[in-house]
Design a binder for this molecule. Structure first.
Ligand SMILES: C[S@@+](CC[C@H](N)C(=O)[O-])C[C@H]1O[C@@H](n2cnc3c(N)ncnc32)[C@H](O)[C@@H]1O
Ligand SMILES: [Zn+2]
Length: 405
């Protein structure tokens, strides 16, 4: 009923056309969704949804997916795109607490002809995850909330099939995760965030660490498949499985990251009673700069390389025009960096600011490091950053030499 009073607009994303509240009409000068939007839809999250479609397709090549749940569905765009653009005939349960969103999503389901493959349920996501999974547990759950996903994770993990399922989680509470509110981060995600030049990596690792802990408390393991970082949000894709032995082993993948404000050296340490006595090895002679500590957080892998390669093949075999122009570039950078995530990325611009140096093009530093036998890659986290097994001191020296030429 209320839906008829909403100013609507037809949107197309990927290969899917749907109706939602007109973002421009309700956002005025802000040009992005505001709280006055009667049904939430953010066109700027397209890259997130494009990659989500591709990652689910790649996942389905290895694992059966029969039942999908998107408990915070808004206009329904995400679940609709899965139904319309991913192969298979899985069933989707979509939920929202906003009755207007439910009406809108339901109408979109019907218009797209998915009435027999999807239902839209009105209610609280946590409750519905638990009750709607009673008959058949979910093979894929997508948590895409306003702000923090923390309150939904326990119900989401418990709703996933014990044989294993895909869990995708978005977080948009970036000030908390990026070190503006470290104490809020501790209570929300179980670890301190920190302001560092690689703060988005800390954000991702805090989220993964928290998902691991919630999974572990439910006797489940967590296998990281991919992560996505942008300025406005982070997202992670993991496989959850009822597997105590693996969950026990993964306890070694929790740790802390330490970082010096004076020389920008960072290290990653597993959680252990011995950690406190390990000295921080500053990489600048005489540096006694203050040390920041982030965590406990996830210090294990962030990506599964084979999964990313499968996803790229799917993207390239279809019509790349359907996806965000950055999708392929982001995936290629993820593949590169997937082999070098055992230490945080180095932001070249931050390093140059610290030492009063002019930043050369990243490619120049990458080539020089390679010439000297170091492993080095780009990272999708930041265009100005690299990942390398060279020390921050070595990278600084290469930049200084290049500046002196
Ligand atoms: C960020 S929006 C979802 C956007 C959508 N997934 C997309 O990709 O466009 C979050 C949605 O969660 C709904 N929501 C908020 N709290 C909820 C709760 N406790 N249970 C169910 N839905 C809730 C809001 O009404 C809103 O539609
Ligand atoms: Zn130092």
């Amino acid at each position: 009923m209320y839906e008829q009073m909403t100013v609507k607009k037809e949107y197309t994303e990927g290969r899917t056309t749907f109706l939602s509240a007109d973002v421009d009409h309700y956002s005025g000068d802000k040009k992005q969704p505001t709280t006055s939007l009667p049904v939430f839809y953010n066109p700027r999250m397209q890259l997130n949804r494009d990659l989500s479609v591709l990652f689910l397709t790649a996942y389905m090549e290895k694992y059966a997916v029969e039942m999908v749940c998107e408990p915070l569905t808004g206009s329904g765009v995400r679940a609709l795109r899965y139904l319309n653009e991913c192969p298979g005939d899985f069933y989707a349960k979509m939920c929202d607490a906003n009755p207007l969103a439910v009406e809108t999503a339901q109408r979109n389901v019907e218009t797209l002809g998915f009435g027999d493959r999807a239902e839209v349920i009105h209610g609280d996501a946590k409750l519905l995850l638990m009750t709607e999974s009673r008959g058949k547990r979910f093979d894929f759950v997508d948590i895409d909330p306003f702000g923090t996903p923390a309150p939904y994770l326990s119900a989401a993990i418990q709703s996933i099939s014990p044989k294993g399922g895909l869990l995708a989680v978005t977080a948009t509470d970036m000030p908390v995760l990026c070190g503006v509110y470290p104490k809020v981060s501790l209570r929300r995600y179980g670890g301190f965030s920190a302001r560092t030049p690689f703060t988005h990596e800390i954000a991702i690792r805090l989220l993964n660490g928290f998902i691991y802990s919630v999974a572990g408390s439910n006797d489940c393991s967590m296998e990281p498949l991919a992560v996505l970082s942008t300025d406005h949000y982070i997202r992670t894709w993991v496989r959850i499985e009822a597997n105590r032995t693996e969950a026990n082993r993964q306890a070694g993948e929790l740790g802390i990251i330490r970082y010096c404000l004076g020389c920008m050296h960072s290290d990653i340490l597993p959680l252990s009673p011995k950690v406190q006595s390990v000295d921080f090895d500053h990489k600048m002679e005489g540096c006694t700069g203050p040390i920041r500590v982030a965590g406990p957080l996830w210090i294990g892998d962030l990506f599964k390389e084979s999964y990313l390669n499968d996803t790229i093949k799917i993207l390239e075999s279809g019509d790349t025009e359907d996806y965000h122009r950055k999708a392929l570039d982001v995936l290629e950078k993820m593949v590169e960096e997937s082999v070098l995530t055992n230490r945080p990325y180095i932001d070249i611009h931050a390093l140059c600011d610290l030492h009063n140096l002019a930043p050369p093009k990243n490619q120049i530093i990458i080539d020089k490091l390679k010439e000297q036998g170091f492993a080095v890659t780009r990272t999708h986290f930041k265009p100005t950053a690299i990942r390398t097994d060279a020390t921050v001191e070595k990278v600084t020296k290469i930049i200084a030499e290049h500046n002196a030429r």
